[in-house]
Write a protein that binds this ligand. Structure first.
Ligand SMILES: Nc1ncnc2c1ncn2[C@@H]1O[C@H](COP(=O)(O)OP(=O)(O)OP(=O)(O)O)[C@@H](O)[C@H]1O
Ligand SMILES: [Mg+2]
Length: 432
């Protein structure tokens, strides 16, 4: 991992002359009051290591007769210098060979030089950086896509399921009604059969009536035709036998009633309406259940995806415990970026940027006055444990500062005693 071994900065921005050998691990704090040149130190380092895109707009110190001079020595033996009228870049590698910006870019991440750029990026961009670092970005993106698709499908199905269930519940239901619609033609054919049988009976009755008439006719003719009496009496007796049989069978005949059928025919339309309604309700209920089942199955699919997603993140090696990505946004201890305090944001940013280029062993941090002494101590310990070098500014002149900048110079040794602050001695970087 590459660190900054030493800095020499002259006549750049607010700086007159600053030399500094930052601690290899942990915090090196550049302290001082406002407008003294603290941020200028970071700007100058970024320019030296980051190239032209980091050149300050007003690089030359106002009032300076000479152009800026920057010299940064790195732990891998590379020496970076900017000097001359145009502040040209001069990179010399460990073997003394000349090199250029490209060599620096290989191991320096530009976020390490410009942490605010990371901090000001959107939550989604931050989340993407984190996901690329832990190598699950594409997988998570796919899962999120799939989850979104299922979620929207379920939303749609849920809405339909609700409508269908409501519709089914509103349909009336009739008790004691046949399952299938009754056929009118069958009832009519039953009726016709009965009428046919009744017709047959009628014919028999007619015949009896006819015989009766003949008998009476003969009887009356007997009166007139005494002479034909005997023959007629024989005829009469023959007929009497037939008559007897006919009358006997006629007496046994009975007519079936069509009343019930007629009433059924009258009711049939009303009944069929109810049957159809019951069938409609049954169908609606089946459909509602189908949608409900689909909704439930989508829910379980979504749950599966969420579990896979959780596992993916749980198994990933995160730059800082408590970091995660939820709905495509970076979170720390379950909170979104906006919700984090300034010091938490600095810590999260440093942790992520540190993993971005594992070769880059340092990060520049402005405005560390956001951290109180306890947070600062804790942060310093974390940096040391990570083997990360941080060069940070802080509007303070307390003993936590490695150097104090005053009017563009490193202020000489004596430290003010006004602040009673516990000092972590390991931060105290050696001075030139
Ligand atoms: N090229 C320059 N020459 C001289 N002064 C400059 C130049 N560029 C900026 N300044 C002045 O330097 C001051 C800011 O310097 P710098 O940002 O380094 O201070 P700082 O110590 O970080 O201050 P703060 O505590 O407010 O952040 C401003 O007053 C600005 O006008
Ligand atoms: Mg500043």
């Amino acid at each position: 991992m590459i660190k900054i071994n030493s800095l020499e900065l002259d006549d750049v921005k607010r700086i007159r002359a600053v030399k500094l050998a930052p601690a290899a691990n942990g915090l090196t704090i550049v302290g001082g009051k406002n407008n003294q040149g603290k941020t200028s130190v970071l700007d100058a380092i970024a320019w030296a290591l980051g190239g032209e895109k980091f050149r300050p707009s007003d690089a030359v110190r106002n009032g300076s007769a000479v152009p800026p001079h920057l010299k940064v020595k790195l732990s891998n033996g590379i020496v970076v210098e900017r000097c001359g009228k145009n502040s040209d870049l001069k990179v010399t590698d460990a073997s003394g060979k000349r090199a250029g910006q490209q060599l620096l870019n290989a191991f320096i991440s530009s976020f390490a030089l410009d942490l605010p750029k990371f901090m000001e990026s959107s939550s989604k961009e931050k989340a993407n950086v984190l996901l690329q670092i832990i190598g699950v970005g594409d997988k998570l993106y796919e899962l999120d896509n799939e989850e979104n698709k299922l979620y929207n499908r379920r939303l749609e199905i849920g809405r339909i399921a609700e409508q269908k269930a409501k519709y089914a519940a509103e349909l009336p239901e009739y008790e004691g009604i046949p399952k299938e619609p009754v056929s009118v033609s069958e009832l009519i054919s039953q009726q016709q059969e009965i009428l046919a049988r009744n017709g047959e009976n009628q014919r028999k009755r007619d015949r009896a009536e006819q015989l009766r008439a003949t008998y009476s006719n003969i009887t009356s003719r007997i009166e007139i035709l005494r002479s034909q009496l005997a023959e007629l009496e024989k005829q009469q007796s023959d007929i009497a036998e037939d008559l007897r049989i006919a009358e006997l069978s006629a007496a046994e005949l009975y007519d079936e009633s069509t009343d019930e059928l007629e009433s059924n025919i009258r009711n049939i339309e009303a009944v069929n309406i109810k049957i159809r309604s019951n069938l409609d309700k049954e169908k609606a209920e089946i459909e509602a259940k189908h949608y409900k089942d689909e909704y439930d199955s989508l829910t379980s699919e979504i749950e599966d995806i969420r579990t896979t997603r959780r596992k993916l993140l749980d198994n990933a090696e995160l730059p800082l415990p408590g970091l995660s990505v939820e709905n495509g946004e970076l979170t720390y201890k379950g909170q979104k970026w906006d919700y984090m305090s300034g010091s938490e944001q600095l810590r999260v940013a440093a942790a992520i940027v540190r993993k971005l280029n594992p070769e880059c062993g340092f990060v520049l941090m402005d405005k560390l006055e956001q951290m109180d002494i306890d947070t600062l101590n804790e942060f310093g310990e974390w940096l040391e444990a990570e083997g990360l070098q941080a060069i940070a500014t802080r509007v303070y002149t307390g003993s936590e500062c490695s150097i104090i900048i005053e009017d563009g110079y490193v202020k000489s040794e004596e430290q003010p005693v006004s602040e009673t602050i516990t000092t972590n001695k390991t931060w105290k970087a050696g001075m030139f």
